[in-house]
Write a protein that binds this ligand. Structure first.
Ligand code: G3P
Length: 214
């Protein structure tokens, strides 16, 4: 499973990318707003820091505007993947951009039928938001299992990019279900490294090493 960083903060991205396990980055308007920087400046730094797919979201709500924005974003760097929302206009834009060879990530997916339509419109990725479904008392990961099964049934090349991941449990479940990508906040990626028994074990090894005659 590929690991993407879900952040637009260049310091966080550099810190996590240094682990050597990161394959790409996803951003959204809320994450960009948190940085206090311009979208283009943040994107340029991210593209320099990580050599992999970098999702950049359009903010137009009409297909023509999304297509224009998508073309402009894709022109900024070859690794840019254009993120379109799962709406009627978003699907229309996905079809046009995909036909032009621009990779599209269809975002804000909350049920498998939406993901299936996005795949049919040519999306390279679909982004099911699992944490936000959990927030309203549904089982978000159920949607991931369904999408993986559906794409497998029909050999769709579209990748299931699990988003709105809130914990290592989401990450592990995504991998067990065969999701192609998990995009995680930096804090979750750092949590994946940790286990209290690892820390205790290391402490003991180092303490015992002091007893070895030098
Ligand atoms: O990139 C979109 C997604 O990961 C957002 O997550 O935590 O705001 O629901 P969250």
């Amino acid at each position: 499973m590929k690991i993407f960083i879900d952040s637009a903060d260049i310091e966080q991205i550099r810190e996590v990318a240094a682990l050597g396990v990161v394959d790409g980055v996803t951003t959204n308007p809320s994450l960009v707003a948190k940085t206090g920087r311009s979208f283009e400046a943040a994107l340029a730094d991210i593209c320099d820091a990580v050599d992999g797919p970098i999702s950049a979201e359009v903010v137009s709500t009409e297909a023509d505007g999304m297509i224009e924005e998508g073309r402009r974003l894709a022109g900024l760097h070859p690794n840019i993947v254009v993120k379109c929302p799962m709406t009627v206009d978003g699907l229309r834009a996905t079809r046009v951009l995909s036909d032009e060879g621009i990779r599209v990530n269809v975002t804000l997916i909350f049920q498998p039928a939406q993901g299936l339509l996005a795949a049919k419109a040519g999306a390279a990725y679909v982004s099911p938001f699992v944490g936000r479904l959990d927030d309203i008392g549904e089982y978000g990961m159920g949607m991931v299992a369904a999408l993986v099964e559906i794409f497998d049934n029909y050999d769709y090349p579209t990748e299931v990019l699990v988003a709105s991941i809130r914990s290592p449990l989401h990450f592990v479940e995504a991998a067990r279900m065969g999701a192609h990508v998990a995009t995680c906040p930096p804090a979750v990626i750092l949590q994946l490294v940790k286990h209290p028994l690892t820390d205790i074990g290391l402490e003991r090894f180092l303490a015992d090493w002091q007893k070895v005659p030098k």
